[in-house]
Structure formats: C-alpha cells, structure tokens
Ligand binder design. Structure first.
Ligand SMILES: [Cu+2]
Length: 434
C-alpha cells in the first residue's frame, strides 16, 4: 500500500468507528485524572442522596418519565487553591455529571430558590442543591452531582447508579407554553430543524466538491463530473498570483467558475430568505433565551455558630498497608457535648461506626476514631482518625506523585440536640516509604 492509501484507510476506519460503535457506558467520568489536592481543597459535598424510584441492591430504578431527586450540600471551601480561578471563584454552576442526556432535569433549586442557570459564588459559602431528574434514555447510568467553577473546571460529588427502564409509551417531555398549548420537547420542530440542516449541508457539500474534487487531463483541461478544477488544492498556482486576483489569466478560474459561484450565491440567498420568512410567519411571538444569574441567599448553614474548632496535627500515609492516620485537635466551642459525625473529601465520605448513611453506596466508607464518644463543652481533645486508604487509592486521592502532598476535607460535628456544623482541615500528607 502506498503511504497515501494507508492514510486514507486509517482515516476511514477512524471515522467509521466513531459512527458505527456506540460509546460503551463509562464507569468513570475523568474526575480521577484531576489532581487530588484540587479535588480535596475545592468543593466538599455532604448529605448527598438520591430519592425516588425503587432501590435494588443499592441502585435506583425508574421508568422513563418517572422521577428521581438528587439532594445535597456543596461547600465552596476556604482552602480553595490559589492556582484555580486566580484563587477567587466567582461564578459557579451546579449540575449533574453522567453519560449524556439519559435523564432530563426538570427542576433545580439552590438554597431554596429556583435556579435555571449559573450562580454567583463565594469562598466559604454553602450551597444546598435539589435537582429533579426524569428518566429519559433506557440504560444503566452513573449520576453525580457536579460543581463547575468558571476559570477552574468541574468537581464531582458522590454518584449513584440509576437504571432507566423502558416505559410502554416511550418517552415524552410535555411542556405547556405561554399560549396554553402543550408541546413535546422531545421532537418539537424537529422536522423543520432537520430539513434546514440537510439543505444547508447539501449546499455546503456542492461548494466543497466544486472546488476540490476532480482530476485534470494531461493537457490541464478539467476532467470530472462537475468540471472540478482543484483550485483550492492547487497551492503552487494560488501562491504565485497576487492577492485579490482569481487567476483567470493563468487558467486557475474561468468564466464557467464565475457563473457557478453566482448560481451558488443566488441559491444560498434564496434558501436563507425562505428560512427567514418561514420563522417570521410561523413563530410571530418570540423572546430571546434568558440569562438568570443571581447570588443564592444565605441559609442556616452559612450563619450557624460553629460547634468545634479544629487544628490538624499530622496526616500520615503508609503506602504498603495503605493506612491513613490523621490526628486533629478538636475544641468544643459550643455549650453542648459534641461528637464527630463524618469526614468528607472529594467524592468520599468517612463515617464512624454507628453513623447513619450520608452518602450514596460505595462512596461511604468507615473511619475508626479514637477516643470515641462526646467532647465536653470547652474541652480540647486530640482525635485520631484511622482510614483504610484503599478507597483513596481507588479514587486516585493519594497524591504521592503530585506537586502538593496535601490532605484536605470537611469534618462534620453534631451535638446532642441534632445540630450539625463542619470545619475544614488541611494538612500536608506524610507518606512513609520503607
Ligand atoms: Cu460515576
């Protein structure tokens, strides 16, 4: 095979594979490739849960058209790294991360306010989100809450498998318009959109082939199905004629080409004119797409007096046994006895024995805390958290090969009245290599 032929085959196979093979369901969304310290120091997720549908072996099952609600709290941490968004995150967007449009988001609220778009954010603030999702595409999908920050990227919270099952009537997405008419968003205006796309595509292809396809006879005269002249792919000639000269004198273009160009101009103009007249008469009342951007109101989470002050002492990591030991000096600054409730970082949540579920399935892991039991008001106690670091390794959160060896996250404390507050910790991670 010649070089050219080989290249053509490779290109063809490449294009064919993207068209023929549908993407297999991904079990990850690339979040593990983000550096650990960026994920641990940027957004902390707590109390993430999926409600609705039927729970089977830890996975949610819904039919097309049925709902599952994703709730949780995201904290934009004070430990936010200076290297992201110039250290000053201002615009955020809370969304879900999954494999394409497999569910439809029918409602989203942040701190109790309906939030169709992006929000204005600030370090140290809490964002309680609630997203109502409707099953759309049948399949088994992994859905995470996600928090995107302008200038930085997107961080994911703990996810859940959601199985969307085929409904007998298929899927429809009814929306009632301002004029009282109900439409199905799934296929509204699809024929028109397709029609215009196809005509536009054909016009484009005619233009491309006119100027590129076709061969020449040995004497230089055109020999092809449309008299194509390969003008565009004739760089030796196009480079040697002056600017704004279409090369008629040297035979690069001809009167016939000028005629063809004029015909294309007329055809394209007529096409655009038809489109313009059609939209003006078919949809006389229109409003442009709206931007709704605001700062979500503060909630009790933002104004709550902290229950505890924390001062991390050390974070040790044993690469062989993958044991993570973190010692934190905790001072109870409230008037009730308090207890350690959970430690959350990136997608993982670590809870002491006897705690209730605060994160979906596999993302909740145990942590051994000593001494266990309450800390009295005013008292300072050194707490040692022992974590089996295997989940850290799975989630690529042990940054032994990165430029910042850091462990960061949110420690949650609760008091006897059920009140909960959180405190951030950040401590250099000390790996002990043998
Ligand atoms: Cu996932």
């Amino acid at each position: 095979m010649t070089m050219k032929k080989r290249l053509a085959v490779v290109l063809f196979l490449g294009i064919a594979s993207t068209l023929v093979f549908t993407a297999s369901p991904a079990s990850a969304h690339g979040e593990k490739s983000q550096e650990a310290f960026l994920r641990m120091r940027s957004i902390a997720f707590t109390d993430v849960n999926f409600t609705g549908g039927r729970l089977q072996n830890g996975e949610t099952h819904i039919k097309q058209g049925e709902f599952v609600t994703l709730k949780g709290v995201a904290k934009l941490m004070d430990t936010w790294p200076d290297t992201l968004a110039a250290g000053l995150p201002r615009i955020g967007y809370i969304n879900i991360a999954t494999q394409g449009p497999c569910v439809e988001m029918v409602a989203r609220s942040i701190n109790g306010v309906s939030t169709p778009g992006r929000i204005e954010i600030a370090k140290g603030r809490f964002y309680s989100f609630e997203m109502k999702l409707m099953g759309r595409r049948p399949g088994r999908w992994h859905i995470h809450p996600s928090f995107a920050v302008k200038g930085a990227g997107t961080v994911l919270g703990p996810g859940q498998w959601v199985n969307v099952e085929r409904a007998s009537g298929g899927f429809s997405s009814p929306v009632t318009l301002y004029n009282g008419k109900t439409i199905n968003l799934e296929n509204y205006g699809l024929t028109t959109v397709w029609g215009f796309q196809v005509v536009g595509f054909i016009l484009g292809m005619i233009w491309i082939f006119y100027w590129t396809a076709g061969k020449r006879n040995p004497d230089g005269s055109p020999k092809s199905w449309m008299g194509g002249k390969r003008t565009v792919t004739n760089p030796a000639v196009t480079l040697s004629i002056p600017l704004n000269d279409d090369g008629v004198a040297v035979g690069l273009n001809s009167k016939r080409d000028h005629r063809a160009v004029n015909m294309m101009v007329v055809a394209t103009t007529i096409f655009l004119l038809i489109g313009w007249i059609y939209q003006a008469s078919a949809y006389p009342v229109k409003i442009p797409q709206q931007v709704v951007q605001f700062e979500p109101p503060k909630t009790a989470l933002d104004t709550a007096e902290p229950l505890a002050k924390v001062d991390p002492q050390f974070a040790d990591y044993e690469p062989d046994s993958r044991a993570l030991t973190v010692e934190v000096s905790v001072t109870n600054v409230s008037s009730n006895p308090i207890e350690f409730a959970e430690f959350t970082t990136s997608t993982l949540t670590f809870v002491p024995p006897g705690s209730t579920l605060t994160a979906p399935g596999g993302y909740q892991q145990p942590v051994q805390v000593s001494p266990s039991g309450p800390i009295q008001p005013g008292a300072t106690q050194k707490l040692t958290m022992k974590i089996d670091g295997n989940s850290f390794v799975t989630e690529h959160l042990v940054p032994t090969s990165e430029s910042q060896l850091t462990l960061a996250g949110l420690m949650v404390f609760k008091d006897s009245t059920g009140k909960k507050t959180s405190a951030e910790i950040e401590e250099p991670l000390r790996p002990h290599f043998k």
